[in-house]
Design a protein around this ligand. Structure first.
Ligand code: AMP
Ligand code: GLY
Length: 426
């Protein structure tokens, strides 16, 4: 098969790496790709927001299968356009991508499908939103409605923070994304990332993961796209996983089909495990980044079989196999991330670190004159397998300490919850 992966992050490097291992992969392109993907696939410098150009390239190169990695092209309807062009595509329709593109859409679906989630209200003006915050009290959660690169959410522990967040949304801090605001009940518990391949009707649950969204050690500082992750998430016991499938994923998928907008692709549920059971925090319509990196390192089956069955609607009999080992990834980011990352610095010591149980997946990197250059906020994902989370963590930080990049930083405590559990079993 000739395959085109859309995207340029760590998630797409990991997907492309897994695809390239498939005996059925004849030729692999990544559009636009990064400094990691270019070492084993062909990077294509086409603007992925130009759907006609993407399809034109795919036709000219006789692509058999297009795999959409990120949320933005899915929400923009690239999947529909690629399929309308007669090509096989992994990724949701624009209508189904509203599960990520609009928090208000997902809340309405949860009501219809009786999916447990935080109580909420939706506002399109500041005065009513502030009055509601005043009534409800803190802690409370304020969300800009649309895509805001993970930055449109404020978990406000005080009334002042809550009121500031409401004002920020309506004053245009998140552009159009903030013109509708969803205000939610604060959910207390432990969070996990749940992934389910869906072909419209059938669902295949993948292993769970947990990420670290805050930028600093100890889960402090602003939210980011994710500073590290590990899989499995210990909080997701087999019983809890079955509950998430039965109470959250399946009713949502059924309701999407009934609405005439079946969901295909990978559904990523951010779930809070509360004292009352699992509750949906949000849906995404793509793999998590960096969660995808740990899943791909654990995956033993041919990823192409999974992605293709999802796209063709033949998931019913698919049973992917994953390593029993733990996988953990640590993100190296450019200083200043997530606010204003400094790009352009050289990174040394990365090539040659990869081994059987260690992969450095690239995100914001480019290669220039044989040098590896930081070109984004999140830059590298050092991803390892280990018998325990503690062992995986130690191996990841050993590798990181061999990377020479003074302009970068990482959290030093990835996996802390799971390591604490290993030291003191419940
Ligand atoms: P979201 O973009 O909706 O995933 O929100 C980003 C992060 O904010 C989540 O991963 C949670 O850690 C936190 N969060 C979102 N909604 C809630 C909620 N209702 N209660 C507590 N924490 C939340
Ligand atoms: N790591 C969380 C996300 O991809 O949204």
């Amino acid at each position: 098969m000739r395959i085109l992966v859309i995207g340029s992050g760590g998630r797409e490097h990991a997907l492309a790496w897994a695809i390239a291992k498939s005996p059925r992969c004849e030729k692999l392109f990544v559009m636009p790709g990064n400094g990691g993907t270019e070492t084993f696939a062909e990077n294509v410098p086409v603007d992925i927001t130009d759907h006609a150009a993407v399809i034109g390239f795919a036709k000219a190169e006789a692509i058999d299968f297009v795999v959409i990695g990120p949320d933005a092209p899915a929400v923009a309807g690239l999947g529909d356009d690629v399929r309308a062009g007669g090509l096989l595509c992994f990724g949701p329709s624009k209508a189904a991508a509203q599960l990520e593109g609009s928090k208000a859409f997902t809340k309405a679906l949860c009501d219809e499908a009786k999916v447990p989630t935080a109580a909420y209200a939706r506002f399109d003006n500041e005065i009513e939103a502030l009055a509601y915050v005043h009534d409800q009290g803190a802690p409370i959660v304020i969300k800009a409605d649309g895509l805001a690169a993970g930055k449109g959410v404020t978990v406000a522990m005080t009334m002042e923070e809550a009121a500031d967040a409401v004002r920020d949304c309506f004053s245009g801090a998140f552009g159009e994304s903030g013109s509708t605001v969803v205000i939610e009940e604060f959910l207390e518990g432990e969070e996990a990332s749940i992934f389910a391949l869906c072909d419209g009707t059938s669902v295949v649950m993948l292993p769970s993961a947990q990420d670290h969204k805050r930028v600093w050690d100890g889960d402090r500082g602003p939210n980011t796209g994710g500073m590290g992750a590990y899989s499995p998430a210990p909080v997701m016991t087999p019983d809890m996983t079955a509950r998430v499938e039965q109470e959250i994923i399946l009713p949502s998928i059924r309701r999407m089909a009934e609405r005439g907008t079946p969901f295909t692709g990978v559904l990523f549920a951010g779930v809070m495990v509360t004292a009352d059971g699992p509750k949906l925090i949000e849906y995404n319509v793509r793999f998590g980044d960096p969660e995808c990196q740990v899943l791909m390192l654990r995956l033993k089956s041919d990823v192409l079989d999974l992605l293709e069955a999802t796209a063709r609607g033949t998931l019913k009999d698919v049973k992917p196999e994953f390593s029993d080992e733990v996988s953990l990834t640590v993100v190296l980011a450019a200083k200043g991330y997530p606010v204003k990352p400094e790009t352009g610095s050289e990174i040394k010591g990365v090539d040659g670190l990869d081994g059987a149980r260690l992969r450095v997946f690239h995100a914001g990197t480019i290669r220039r004159d044989g040098r590896l250059i930081a070109n984004g906020g999140r830059v590298l994902n050092v991803t390892v397998l280990g018998a325990t989370v503690a062992e995986a963590r130690d191996r990841a930080y050993d590798a990181i300490d061999r990377i020479d990049w003074p302009e970068g930083f990482c959290r030093r405590d990835i996996g802390w919850r799971a390591v604490a559990r290993e030291l003191k079993p419940a």
